[in-house]
Write a protein that binds this ligand. Structure first.
Ligand SMILES: [Cu+2]
Length: 175
């Protein structure tokens, strides 16, 4: 049997149902398109950070110095650090930890520096669901004022290897 081409019909007018679905898809695209920038302001879950360049080993050094200066203890091998009011706070993502554990004061503004010293991690602050991508070489600078006391967890939401699921950090906010 010879091969025959199927009947072509692209020049025929679209039927009613097709037009309805195309319209629904366009409207939905427009809603999503508007929501992306809108959510940046309304949702508050992806606040703007000031990105600066920093070499991963330099970031490692400043974080090390920050830890040494303000360390108040240790929890399962991770240093616990209590920076003074208004201090620059350094938080390092490294397979598979967020270092250090931070103890902050409610209502005090801190200047956060968050970066990675190996590969890409995802900073996800829970339960408020605030998210950033943490890339080595980029210092994410963020002014942050904790407004409620409690214990917050930082989970990694970018797959970073076999220990990814154990990469959980902690921020404790006290009155
Ligand atoms: Cu990860």
């Amino acid at each position: 049997m010879p091969i025959t081409s199927p009947e072509t019909y692209w020049w025929k007018p679209a039927d009613k149902e097709e037009k309805i679905w195309i319209s629904v898809a366009i409207v939905w695209c427009l809603i999503l398109f508007t929501m992306m920038p809108l959510w940046h302001f309304v949702g508050g879950q992806n606040p703007s950070v000031e990105p600066m360049k920093i070499r991963p080993d330099d970031f490692d050094k400043v974080t090390g110095a920050f830890i040494e200066k303000y360390k108040i203890g240790e929890e399962s091998g991770i240093p616990v650090v209590k920076p003074p009011d208004g201090a620059d706070v350094y938080l390092k993502g490294q397979m598979w930890n967020w270092i250090p554990i931070l103890e902050l004061k409610k209502g005090v503004n801190y200047k956060f520096h968050i970066s990675s010293v190996d590969l890409m991690h995802g900073f996800s602050l829970q339960p408020m669901n605030m998210n950033f991508q943490i890339v080595p070489g980029h210092d994410n600078i963020l002014n942050l004022t904790p407004t409620a006391s409690g214990t917050y967890h930082i989970i990694c939401n970018e797959f970073c290897g076999v220990g990814h699921h154990t990469m959980v950090g902690k921020i404790v906010v006290k009155d």
